[in-house]
Design a protein around this ligand. Sequence first.
Ligand SMILES: Nc1ncnc2c1ncn2[C@@H]1O[C@H](COP(=O)(O)OP(=O)(O)OP(=O)(O)O)[C@@H](O)[C@H]1O
Length: 318
Amino acid sequence: MIATESLSKRFPRVTALDRLSLDIGPGVTGLVGANGAGKSTMIKILLGLSPATEGRAEVLGLDVATSGPQIRERVGYMPEHDCLPPDVSATEFVVHMARMSGLPATAARERTADTLRHVGLYEERYRPMGGYSTGMKQRVKLAQALVHDPQLVLLDEPTNGLDPVGRDDMLGLIRRVWTDFGISVLVTSHLLGELERTCDHVVVIDGGRLLRSSSTSDFTRSTTTLAVEVTDSDAHPDGTEALRAALTAAGVALHPGVEDGLPGAGHILLLEASGEETYDLVRDTVAGLGLGLVRMEQRRHHIAEVFTTQQQEEVPAR
Ligand SMILES: Nc1ncnc2c1ncn2[C@@H]1O[C@H](COP(=O)(O)OP(=O)(O)OP(=O)(O)O)[C@@H](O)[C@H]1O
């Protein structure tokens, strides 16, 4: 979908992208980096709107240096900042964008209705956008990126300014752009954690340089930590502590402290598994104490932890 080779963009005083080589396939890909890392610059180059200083980039097999218009026909773009005219409705705006992309009037109206429904805008779509919430505006921006049925959409910080619920809704919508319509997505964010559930692949950049590019499952590979949660019983009013004592006596390495479980569900012990036998030992110990086993699961890394470790290793303090 996207390939870059030693792509650089230098402004007089800042290097926004520094010899970035990437190969991004179909699906949902996250481009993550702190503010100023070079994400928006990358998107502008990929759309053929801003020339690279060095290196090359291809989008859908087309060279960004020479095929900007053809790329923009096949690619949708959701800009980061508020760019919606306040006194027109979502329907008018998205129909206009569809017409600009070359759709005939009837098709533009039909696609607009479908796309606005997909992003969850119903009656409000006939009201002027000046009165919309941030979440509604972000939805309109997503709809206009999708309306001409592109093969790929580039979404610049689509969750910016949203509350946690709005953020989750937007991430769910983005995931469905790929699963329901087969449109590949490149989505930028400065929040690594939020892309964990949404993206198949994550690219991390910092100061314009590539830190890491790998599948989400590689980032979140399993750890050897087991999380165990048990119920209390009449004989053991604090089941968690009873289990801790019994497992410690049996030689299991437990992490200090407990994690909070679901409300009213007791606490979670974290311990290091040395193999299959640890699972059996925990099961037998819980049964021996007459406690109920609520969960025993292998912990996975969160992308953010991997990134933090990697950053400490690879990027000298600035
Ligand atoms: N037109 C420009 N002229 C000079 N410097 C620029 C220009 N555009 C971007 N930069 C600089 O390039 C660097 C990367 O900017 P960019 O907007 O790509 O970052 P970003 O990762 O998208 O961050 P944000 O999410 O804050 O927009 C920044 O240091 C920025 O100040």
